[in-house]
Design a binder for this molecule. Sequence first.
Ligand code: G6P
Ligand code: MN
Ligand code: MN
Length: 417
Amino acid sequence: MKLAVVGGGSTYTPELIDGFARLRGELPLSEIALVDPDERRLATVGGMARRMLARAGHPATLTTTTRVEDGVAGAAAVLLQLRVGGQAARNVDETLPLECGCVGQETTGAGGLAKALRTVPVVLDIAGKVRAHAPGAWIVDFTNPVGIVTRALLDAGHRAIGLCNVAIGFQRRFAALLGVAPERIALGHVGLNHLTWERSVLLDGVDVLPRLLDEHGEGIAEALGLPVGLVRHLRAVPSYYLRYFYEHDRVVAEQRTSPSRAAEVAAMESALLEMYADPAVDTKPDLLDKRGGAFYSEAAVALVASLMGDRGDVQVVNTRNNGTLPFLDDDAVIEVPAAVGAAGAVPLPVDPVEPLYRGLIAHVSAYESLALEAALHGGEDRVRDALLAHPLVGQASLADDLAVRLVEANRAFLPWA
Ligand code: G6P
Ligand code: MN
Ligand code: MN
């Protein structure tokens, strides 16, 4: 089968290729097409990918193209991992909100809204080309903000599933702490993309979360940047994105005096591209592990393999709510364990969600629907509404101010501005 990667010039691509090579028994690929508007990156990353495949003895051909139509033609699955505006635009997402006292983050708060505004039109354009040139192909969206982008794709009638590596990261870390194979761990993962809690950790069907928190609470909390008292009190493990809510002001103070993540990543990207350009390098560099995408390739291979092979196994994905969380709209996109087969993802039933989490989930889900409205139809008023609805903004004068600044800073990427 053919798989296309849009945003294939990303420095993350060798992470994916490494997974395709290691897990080739699970996902037999005959062609991998890298699609990217940046020809230089395509040549560098494409060369690296070819060397990695050759070293692994993987039979797939690797093609590169700047034309989405050509890259996706005949593909069974299309992976979206693009970043509109690159690290430079991300840097604005991470710094502009700080000027107003709000967290600067590429998927959370005002920065996440800016990213959605830039990204949704581009992704929908690509999806239209997938529909025309690879009818029936599955679109797997790793492009952030995953919840909003996935909802945009589903609302437009595309066959899409959203993917994030937060859940698989917890599964692997908990398995390592317990000294067991990751496949034996099933997470009680609930919420929206980048707004989730692990309410249970089943080892062979038995909840070991209380034990994990008793024995490893400090380490788990420290990795999340959250107080251990909070994590033990919740008896649940929030994702590290909850730090932007639970510790908002502290994060803002830290961000004001440290370089942005975008700046760090930009430096890593230059170093990585230099390595990829070296004809002697044919394995994934250790430096790539410093990016946030750990286990992204495992998650992507598992998801595509289950869609193609109708496996029906359970994976954490972003898909339509359809009543799973009764306090949200049916067409909201949620991130929960789901059975994945040829017909897509069907969420497993979820235990009633405690008010402690339910309110925040509902609040952010409502914001996401307004963010999508703004991304689809444009207009500073819609941007302001989305900001007003966001729990980390919420105040009228802040929303006014941020709306103006956000639109101004992203004008080049907004078709309507
Ligand atoms: C995690 C998140 C991704 C995000 C990434 C950022 O993997 O799940 O959604 O894109 O971190 O990593 P970076 O290295 O770019 O900061
Ligand atoms: Mn993610
Ligand atoms: Mn314009």
